[in-house]
Design a protein around this ligand. Structure first.
Ligand code: PHE
Ligand code: FE
Length: 296
């Protein structure tokens, strides 16, 4: 945590008083985790790992194995940071919860990934409306050890700082890109379709649904198409976008987005479940079980 030496205030939480730093980061109060907290971690960790063999992409599984997370106990950020420092130079910083957009982008632009320090309750194993430690650590951190993906995340943060200065419509476009890649992305591997999005790998139901259900669309990644597309925050996604590799993602997002934002400003948003004429459709969803309203 060398980047955040300045302690500015303290925050009272149900785990006690934790220091809050100027960048919105907190020290992981590791000693205060209860037996229940460690048990929730173990349950989720074992359940997802069993499910993700053959479902998560090779890069996710390999990096998770080598970064030293295990079911035994909630990982210490300091230990994961040692592994990250040796590979891609990313750093985990603890946070209380969601950060203001610009603060979040600035962390990513500096290769710092904010991780919520608290973990969900035993009765919340299957669904939680805000990110917790399990989602952030288990879902996001393994791919930060993958060099190309690690660079993508930093480039995204820099792009976020830029979009924030351009305006709210640009931010909406950029947020959709994060949603459909970092959170809910699928990737085509030599031996089949796999998951890389953190929102999927940290969810039992969506790990199965995203790959195996007939309901959702699965469409080849196209930058501007993704940036126009609304998404779901309260149900499984109606559409997943599929990349062929992290290099493709990196190359597609390398150009300056400024003219793209200008172009997209004149175009209507695409509803989450819609299939468009130019789409590379891998699977057209049956739409079974789709809620009618509620795209954001
Ligand atoms: N190339 C983008 C821009 O100019 C930045 C970016 C890179 C955004 C990677 C997202 C992902 O704004
Ligand atoms: Fe997330």
């Amino acid at each position: 945590m060398a980047a955040n030496p300045k302690r500015v205030e303290h925050q009272v939480t149900d785990k006690g008083v934790v220091p809050v730093y100027a960048t919105g980061t907190v020290e992981q109060p590791w000693d205060d985790y209860t037996e229940t907290d460690h048990r929730v971690w173990a349950t989720l960790f074992e359940r997802q790992n069993a499910l993700l063999v053959g479902r998560a992409c090779d890069e996710f599984l390999a990096n998770q194995a080598r970064m030293g997370m295990s079911a035994d106990r909630i990982p210490k950020f300091s230990e994961l940071n040692a592994a990250l420092a040796e590979t891609t130079g990313w750093e985990i910083v603890g946070v209380e919860g969601l950060l203001p957009e610009l603060t979040f982008f600035e962390h990513l632009a500096n290769r710092r990934f904010p991780v919520t320090w608290w973990i969900r309750k035993p009765e919340e194993l299957d669904y939680l409306s805000e990110p917790d430690l399990f989602h952030d650590l288990f879902g996001h951190v393994p791919l930060l050890m993958e060099p190309v993906f690690a660079d993508y995340m930093q480039a995204y943060g820099r792009g976020g700082v830029k979009a924030h200065a351009i305006g709210p419509d640009a931010l909406t476009n950029l947020t959709r890109l994060y949603w459909y890649t970092v959170e809910f992305g699928l990737i085509r591997q030599a031996d089949g379709l796999r998951i890389y999005g953190a929102g999927i790998v940290s969810s039992k139901g969506e790990s199965i649904h995203s790959l195996e259900s007939a309901a959702p669309n699965r469409i080849g990644f196209d930058l501007e198409r993704v940036m126009r597309t609304q998404y779901r925050i309260d149900t499984y996604q109606k559409t997943y976008f599929v990349i062929d590799g992290f290099e493709q993602l990196m190359a597609a997002t390398a150009p300056d987005f400024t003219p793209i934002y200008a172009r997209l400003a004149d175009q209507p948003a695409v509803p989450a479940g819609e299939v468009l004429p130019g789409d590379r459709v891998l699977q057209r969803g049956s739409g079974e079980g789709w809620a009618s309203g509620g795209d954001v």
